[in-house]
Design a protein around this ligand. Structure first.
Ligand code: NCD
Length: 311
């Protein structure tokens, strides 16, 4: 594998291989010194044109644990503000020896565009509302870890909220269905794409209908920064119908798990603190982010050797 830009491109086989490799990375992360020399001499550049906390920090942590060098590009203090183009920025960082770019950008398709300007590997860390493949890997790994099942056959996964603007939803729908899950989307019609008839999902506009039958309840953030017009009449109305509340959590199956990719909008889609939810995996999603991104970097840049030694 040279690039990781979408779940589609990765395919079911690639998905399963990366999830398996993540198990080894999680084992490294349990060690007193969680560092191996696997990517010594390799350089990973993060190119984030959109805000990020978890994704950027977990990629950088992952690179460091594999002994790669890291280059962090900060758009607000870069020559982009002097008018430098994306193409020239990528060429400059390539000249400095970057072996991989971790890219986040508001425009759909940027990871495919950048590939034409560099010989480095490209990892999509989110392109507009299109794809966020490493988040889908994190979520599949986290569900596997919690349920002790490799495949999700017969599992009912409900994704709730702002589907329209969510790259996480698009990547997760593909990954969850590749592993055998049944996916239901719950949102008001205004927060769904105009046509989802070709997506492998069911749609329901009423969260309360699907609460008792969900094995996984996956909450999404309302992405106000991507909204050009009012997609919800009022926040209060949206919260009333689509937020997770104490009352709704009480109606979940005993074994049902709750997830959220973060960042959370407390008081909007989350009216309950995750620590008050018995089976919340929200902290596991963050913790597993490092192991998953180590697996991705190792797969793209590693030679296959060096996983066992000391850094
Ligand atoms: C998501 C993203 O940026 O797409 N966050 C993340 O990567 N953990 C989801 C979001 O911003 O709502």
């Amino acid at each position: 594998m040279k690039h990781l830009r979408s779940i589609d491109e990765l395919g079911a086989k690639g998905l399963l291989e990366l999830l398996q490799l993540t198990v080894h990375m999680a084992e490294i992360n349990q060690r007193p010194v969680p560092k191996v020399p696997a990517l010594r001499g390799r350089t990973v550049a993060s190119l984030f044109f959109e805000d990020s906390t978890r994704t950027r920090l977990s990629f950088e942590t992952a690179a460091k644990r594999l002994s790669a060098d890291t280059l962090t590009f900060n758009v607000s203090t870069s020559s982009v503000n002097k008018g430098e183009s994306l193409r020239d920025t990528v060429a400059t960082i390539t000249d400095m020896g970057a072996d991989a770019f971790v890219v986040r950008h508001k425009s759909v398709g940027i990871p495919w565009q950048i590939e034409q300007w560099t010989k480095a590997s490209i990892i999509n860390a989110g392109d507009g509302a299109h794809q966020h493949p490493t988040q889908a890997l994190v979520d599949c790994y986290t569900i596997r870890e919690a349920t002790h099942t490799a495949r999700f056959d017969g599992m009912q996964i409900t994704i709730v909220g702002d589907i329209k603007h969510s790259r996480v939803a698009r990547s997760n729908i593909q990954a969850f269905t590749m592993l055998g899950a049944k996916v239901t989307l719950v949102a008001p019609p205004t927060l769904l794409p105009p046509d989802v008839s070709h997506w492998p999902v069911e749609v329901n506009h009423h969260l309360d209908d699907v609460i008792p039958t969900s094995d996984v309840l996956y909450m999404l953030r309302l992405q106000s920064e991507r909204m050009s017009q009012g997609h919800v009449p009022t926040l209060r109305e949206y919260s009333e119908q689509y937020s997770l509340t104490q009352k709704r959590v009480a109606r979940l199956r005993d074994s049902a798990i709750v997830m959220h990719p973060g960042p959370m909008n407390r008081g909007v889609e989350m009216q309950i603190d995750p620590s008050d939810i018995k089976n919340s995996l929200i902290h596991r999603q963050v913790a597993n982010g490092v192991s998953v991104r180590m697996a991705v970097l190792f797969d793209l840049l590693g030679s296959g050797a060096n996983l066992g030694g000391q850094a």
